[in-house]
Design a protein around this ligand. Structure first.
Ligand SMILES: CC(C)(COP(=O)(O)OP(=O)(O)OC[C@H]1O[C@@H](n2cnc3c(N)ncnc32)[C@H](O)[C@@H]1OP(=O)(O)O)[C@@H](O)C(=O)NCCC(=O)NCCS
Length: 145
């Protein structure tokens, strides 16, 4: 699912080479296992008994960091992402977090709009060197609970 969504969605934004690099670096099964060992939680998003996406978050000191939230293209704009973000916010509340935070590529316009609809606001920008000559050029967004 990571491969399907990343190739479809991110190739026009960051290019094929960076998609392949980031899939291997951040979304291989081995890396996901390491992330889970370090405290990340992964959830499959289901709709009418089908797996249609996934999300991942990590509890940090004062916030819940929403690391990933992806819905397969053919299931977008049906309210699934909104419901998934509500779930994440409820988890954050239950863990006494003061906010949910995330990073999103500056050119990932549709997702930024979906986040804004869900109550997230831009609070800054961040360029992270991820090796091999690639960077992640992101906005920081937060939703205060
Ligand atoms: C971001 C994402 C998870 C949102 O999930 P979704 O199921 O498409 O979102 P929803 O259908 O629940 O829409 C939520 C709200 O955002 C709005 N929205 C969604 N896409 C939008 C767009 N392109 N333009 C304007 N508004 C948009 C919807 O209208 C809805 O608004 P409402 O609350 O007034 O009803 C999904 O689009 C996705 O997986 N995108 C590709 C992967 C990605 O970039 N993920 C984020 C990584 S940082």
């Amino acid at each position: 699912m990571a491969s399907t969504i990343w190739h479809e969605h991110y190739t026009p934004i960051i290019g094929k080479e960076q998609v392949l690099y980031m899939l291997d670096k951040f979304q291989s099964s081995g890396t996901m296992k390491d992330q889970i060992d370090k405290g990340y939680q992964y959830f499959m998003i289901t709709f009418e008994s089908k797996n249609v996406g996934y999300l991942s978050f990590e509890k940090r000191e004062k916030d819940l960091f929403l690391s990933k939230i992806y819905v397969l293209k053919e299931f977008r704009s049906k309210g699934i992402g909104k419901k998934a973000m509500k779930f994440v916010t409820e988890v954050a509340e239950s863990l006494n977090c003061k906010k949910v935070s995330l990073t999103v590529n500056k050119f990932n316009f549709n997702s930024i709009k979906a986040y804004e609809k869900a109550g997230f606001v831009k609070t800054g920008a961040l360029v992270q060197d991820i090796g091999n000559g690639f960077v992640m050029d992101d906005y920081l967004m937060e939703k205060i609970i």
